[in-house]
Design a protein around this ligand. Structure first.
Ligand code: GLY
Ligand code: MN
Ligand code: MN
Length: 460
């Protein structure tokens, strides 16, 4: 069977070491209230290794590559209420696993699978109660010691292996991420156009109206859920970094910031656009927007194999620092040159988050931000704002197939030192970058960033 899952299991198994076993549960069904559950979303690690999206499932993977699945048994009555189950009989052919058993046999079979192994791997600190269950199984193996059973002596964190694998995306993942980004881009276009159209018609436009347009487009193209709570922030609400789509009125003359992305078959997209509600930037809005855009361009140019994860952020900050001086948001007489602005982190009141994070199955995806071969190289510095002593380790070196966001922003709160036309403007531009051989590919540009292009599509 030519699925990516078998190949991923083989690659993971090859890293476990001789005589090891790995245990990977999927997510739990979470109760929302009384008889209603939250929509089920499989655990990302489990999904990555199996492609199997039913709840109540476990994968046990041996270092020899042998895989055992535990899943819900066929059950006519439950299937009438909850839907068709694959069932253990069909699982080997459907999923390429070697064996499958009903999940109620897990506790009975796991001790046997752990007997005479050297190490048990499972994802640490991800599934409440998992450690206790593993302890229970190990206890049962030990209880058989007098019959000659050997219990594994080592326990290791499976996240370490899987995080590294998931950090570099394979072709199947990149295809899904491109498709997710394309759907999200369409959703942003739709929300922009709706905003302008409703305002032109003199309607009362609320943040939730645009949120509804996003959801429509996501679902219309097969996305299961938003990858995170959508931010639709009118005017000053954009300065609240974790604002959620609410009921505030969207007014003619204001900017709207939308940070929203769909999830498609387990893969996230993450896009932010900031646009004039009525389709026309004012002078100060455009000036600040073009500064953020230039800083994002600098970030994209710094994103290539061999660069450090921190390079796009540093490129962004260089552009923003100079621009804040040029636009008069920072006073050179007080803060000095752009270099001083950077050294003193004087830009921080306007730009208080980082430029990038890994993107993949999880919107803030797994993967170390430190270069693994350089973890021992620690340097110390004092933060110029807090005075705190910070230990730095060399940042991750970018490789082809890694995916990260590029999301600079500026958030201007009212202050006497800031020219009034910029007050309450919050701007972020966020795209999803795949590191390619020659640099990076922005897979989320189905929605434009150029201010003229945004104005043009909002006229349509
Ligand atoms: N939407 C979450 C983030 O941009 O990090
Ligand atoms: Mn992001
Ligand atoms: Mn975002």
């Amino acid at each position: 069977m030519n699925t990516p899952y078998r190949e991923r299991r083989a690659r993971a198994a090859a890293q476990l070491g001789e005589g090891a076993v790995a245990i990977v549960p999927t997510a739990r069904v979470q109760v929302r209230n009384r008889d209603s559950d939250f929509p089920f979303r499989p655990d990302s690690y489990f999904h990555y290794l199996t492609g199997f999206i039913e709840p109540e499932a476990w994968l046990v993977l041996g270092a020899d590559g042998r895989s055992t699945l535990f899943c819900q048994p066929k059950d006519m009555e439950r299937e009438i209420w909850d839907g068709i189950r694959l069932g253990p009989e069909a699982a080997p052919a459907a999923l390429g696993v070697d064996e499958a058993y009903p999940v109620h046999e897990l506790d009975a079979r796991l001790p046997k699978l752990l007997e005479n192994t050297a190490t048990v791997w499972y994802p640490f600190a991800t599934h409440p109660g998992l450690e206790t269950r593993v302890d229970g199984w190990l206890g049962q193996v030990r209880a058989r010691a007098r019959f000659g059973a050997l219990a594994p002596e080592g326990q290791r964190d499976l996240c370490a292996v899987l995080d590294e694998m998931r950090l570099v995306k394979d072709a199947h993942e990149l295809d899904l991420m491109r498709r997710a980004a394309a759907i999200s881009a369409r959703a942003h276009v739709r929300a922009m156009q709706t905003s302008a159209r409703m305002l032109r018609a003199g309607q009362d436009v609320r943040e939730y109206h645009l949120d509804a347009e996003l959801l429509h487009e996501f679902r219309q193209h097969g996305s299961e859920f938003p990858a995170y709570g959508s931010i639709v922030a009118a005017g000053a609400n954009a300065c609240v970094l974790h604002y959620r789509a609410d009921a505030a009125r969207i007014r003619d003359g204001e900017l709207v910031l939308i940070d929203a992305g769909c999830e498609l078959q387990g893969y996230a997209s993450d896009i932010t656009r900031t646009f004039p509600a009525n389709g026309r930037f004012t002078g100060p809005q455009r000036a600040l927007y073009e500064l953020v855009l230039a800083s994002q361009q600098a970030a994209a140019e710094a994103t290539r194999p061999g660069a450090r994860f921190t390079d796009p952020h540093e490129a962004t900050v260089r552009v923003l620092a100079q621009g804040l001086l040029d636009l008069g948001l920072l006073d050179a007489a007080k803060v000095g040159s752009a270099q001083d602005v950077i050294a003193q982190r004087a830009y921080f009141p306007f730009y208080m988050h980082r430029t990038s994070h890994w993107l993949g199955m999880d919107v803030h995806d797994c993967g170390s931000y430190v270069e693994p071969s350089e973890v021992g190289q620690v340097s110390e510095r004092r933060d110029p704002l807090s005075g705190e002593l910070i230990k730095d380790r060399p940042a991750r070196i970018l490789r082809e197939g890694m995916v990260l966001t590029l999301e600079p922003g500026l958030y201007v709160r009212p202050a006497e030192s800031v020219p009034r036309p910029f007050w309450n403007l919050g701007i972020r531009i966020e795209d999803d970058a795949v590191v390619t051989a020659g640099g990076c590919e922005l897979i989320s540009r189905g929605v434009p960033v150029d201010p003229d292009a945004i104005e043009a599509l909002m006229r349509g």
